[in-house]
Design a protein around this ligand. Structure first.
Ligand SMILES: NC(=O)c1ccc[n+]([C@@H]2O[C@H](COP(=O)([O-])OP(=O)(O)OC[C@H]3O[C@@H](n4cnc5c(N)ncnc54)[C@H](O)[C@@H]3O)[C@@H](O)[C@H]2O)c1
Length: 317
């Protein structure tokens, strides 16, 4: 199989690429290293890597025409500066449009996308959220621009699948609370936690599910979530435990920002029905594998799509 992966040096893209390469498939990856790292991917004969942007229409057309993939896995996204509407729309809207148009014109059979749970807004009408809940991404540049791509996919006529994700974490996770907690605790700085709760799922569990989707399971939108949430403080406590700190550093507890949601629970029933039961990796093991990665590679980034003072960031999702 020939799979074209965008954001291939990122957390999700690199784990999906690894599974495909391990079983002998061919991967053409593209990444501009905005938040991903080159070292997330080794060099192997079945991998071609293009360093460039999906917003470059010509580059996308030429590389897809040359590779002739069976399928596109679109994992690239821009989110690291909540005020940078320009780059968010270039990557998340124009980039997606380039990929969808190229897929249509070159007969690519299938398209896999990753959507943010913030597509439902920060005050969803129901918990857990059902797949037919209206999309209302009017809360951040990231959510607005990410929702657009799924709507283009809907009108494209392509056979597509959109995974609307809970909080995906594990090795190579460089955005959100986990790397920020690790970084600050390593520097002996105090962290704060908000009163929010989140459903944290392991990137390798997601990658296994994506592999099934690559092989033909599923059509349309799915939630990739466990359906249960934990307090951000539980995540913090797991990071402290995984770092084996001798003394427990008490975090400061803060109220939520206006662009943040108290909890976002996604109902995974359709995913279990179509993909089968998922044996979710427990949070302590997920956090330990992420901390092992940070210890080996260091933490760069600590990105977040939320509007907070960079000095104070420590508990955002
Ligand atoms: N991790 C989560 O919790 C989560 C939740 C909801 C949705 N998602 C979505 O899942 C996908 C993967 O997320 P991730 O956790 O791997 O993030 P990530 O930041 O690790 O990976 C994104 C990758 O896209 C690359 N990229 C950004 N702009 C690009 C451009 N213009 N051209 C080419 N490459 C570009 C980055 O360098 C990075 O390697 C994204 O679409 C994201 O919006 C992730």
């Amino acid at each position: 199989m020939r799979v074209y992966i965008t954001g291939v040096c990122g957390q999700v893209g690199s784990h999906v690429a690894e599974l495909l390469l391990e079983r002998g498939d061919h991967v053409w990856g593209i990444d501009n290293l905005a938040t991903g790292r080159r070292e997330h991917l080794g060099d192997t004969k079945n991998l071609t890597l293009t360093l460039g942007s999906i917003a470059d229409k010509q580059l996308i057309s030429e590389t897809i025409e040359e590779f002739r993939p069976d399928l596109i896995v679109h994992a690239a996204a821009s989110y690291k500066d909540p005020e940078d509407y320009h780059n968010d729309t270039l990557t998340n809207c124009v980039g997606a449009a380039n990929l969808i148009s190229a897929a249509k014109s070159m007969g690519v059979k299938r398209f896999i996308y990753f959507q943010t749970a913030l597509c439902y807004g920060v005050s969803p009408r129901q918990q857990p959220i059902q797949l037919d809940h209206p999309l209302f991404p009017a809360n951040s540049s990231y959510a607005i621009s990410k929702a657009v791509a799924e709507q283009y996919l809907e009108i494209s006529g392509l056979d597509y699948l959109s995974f609307r994700l809970a909080n995906v974490i594990g090795p190579r996770n460089l955005s959100g609370p986990l790397p920020i907690f690790f970084q600050r605790l390593s520097e002996g700085k105090r962290c704060f936690v908000t009163k929010s709760r989140r459903d944290f799922v392991f990137v390798k569990d997601l990658a296994q599910c994506v592999l099934k989707a690559i092989d033909g399971t599923g059509h349309g939108a799915y939630h990739f979530s466990s359906g249960t949430d934990v307090a951000i403080k539980d995540l913090y406590d797991n990071v402290v435990a995984a770092m084996r700190l001798s003394k427990y550093p008490e975090p400061e507890v803060r109220d939520l920002g206006t662009d943040d949601a108290p909890s976002i629970l996604l109902d995974p029933a359709k995913t279990f029905a179509d993909f089968g039961p998922i044996d979710f990796t427990p949070l302590p093991a997920i956090v330990q594998s992420a901390v092992d990665y940070y210890n080996e590679y260091g933490v760069v980034g600590g990105y977040t799509h939320l509007r907070i003072d960079a000095e104070k960031k420590s508990a955002v999702v």
